[in-house]
Design a protein around this ligand. Structure first.
Ligand code: BMP
Length: 263
């Protein structure tokens, strides 16, 4: 294989951040590298989906700012489901401002993301301060950060140099940065290990008419060495059975992982 696969078990001790080791434990215990993206606009619908797919996932990804009736009750219910089914919560906030501003966006406002989301993500465009700012809020609360190193959409402005620079920035904060949103494995010059979570995964569709591009679990896990597949509409699109699809993607993701170990 182009990207030699090391098992989730063998990688676990390489991480110092507690969220990373917890996530790897869940992946191993549940045999699931599936993250479901619950991009629904009503709190009850997000919670229902989380309860349905919970047994089959290692992580649930949210966009808190699209939920019309977001409130503290929703957060409490989501946390209960995360405990019941044992999955991590990842708020896909994609911070992109200066350190001081993102600190407020992370800790305060309507969403108080740092209080409930194990994992958040950020663009590196503003430079290292965005990581330092988020870390000052998140690390004391035992949280973790993913950096956007690549995107799945057509015509993205990410360049190879930007992607590489993002890894270099991660290497300055391996205690808080546990990985990347990217489309392939990203080896670190400093020898740190990072988890690669990959959106734009679908078994039935090729795109969505708005630039999204889908690849299969086999493509991203075997060919490109990623670690976690992120699947949204492939699972909850109207007409699809979320439980059946979650089981299907869990199996496809795990089979692809096993295939990549053997490759
Ligand atoms: P879907 O599987 O329905 O296309 O959803 C993909 C999810 O992943 C969306 O929530 C989107 O915001 C997110 N995402 C993405 O599609 N591509 C990226 O490069 C980064 C993302 O966070």
């Amino acid at each position: 294989a182009v990207y030699p696969r090391v098992s989730y078990e063998a990688r676990r001790p390489r991480f110092t951040n507690a969220v990373a080791t917890q996530l790897l434990d869940l992946i191993i215990a549940k045999q699931s590298n599936l993250c479901v993206s619950a991009d629904l606009t009503k709190a009850a619908d997000v919670l229902q989906l989380a309860d349905q797919v919970g047994p089959y996932i290692c992580m649930l990804k949210t966009h808190a700012d699209i939920i019309e009736d977001f409130d503290a009750k929703f957060v409490e219910a989501l946390q209960k489901l995360a405990e019941k089914h044992r999955f991590m919560i990842f708020e896909d906030r994609k911070f992109a401002d200066i350190g001081n501003t993102v600190q407020h966006q992370y800790a305060h406002g309507v969403h108080k993301i740092a209080d409930w989301s194990h994992i958040v993500n950020a663009h590196t465009l503003p430079g290292e301060g965005i990581i330092s700012g988020l870390k000052a809020v998140g690390l004391p609360k035992q949280r973790a950060l993913l950096l956007l190193a690549q995107m799945s959409s057509a015509g993205t402005l990410f360049t190879e140099a930007y992607t590489q620079q993002t890894v270099v920035l991660a290497d300055k904060h391996p205690d808080f940065v546990i990985g990347f949103i990217a489309q392939r494995a990203l080896p670190s010059p400093a020898g740190n290990d990072y988890l690669v979570l990959t959106p734009g995964v679908g078994l039935d569709d090729k795109g969505d008419g708005l630039g999204q591009q889908y690849r299969t679990p086999h493509d991203v896990l075997v060919k490109d060495g990623c670690d976690v597949i992120i699947v949204g509409r492939g699972i909850y699109k109207p007409g699809r059975d979320p439980v059946a699809e979650a089981k299907r993607y869990q199996k496809a993701g795990w089979d692809a992982y096993l295939a990549s170990l053997a490759a």
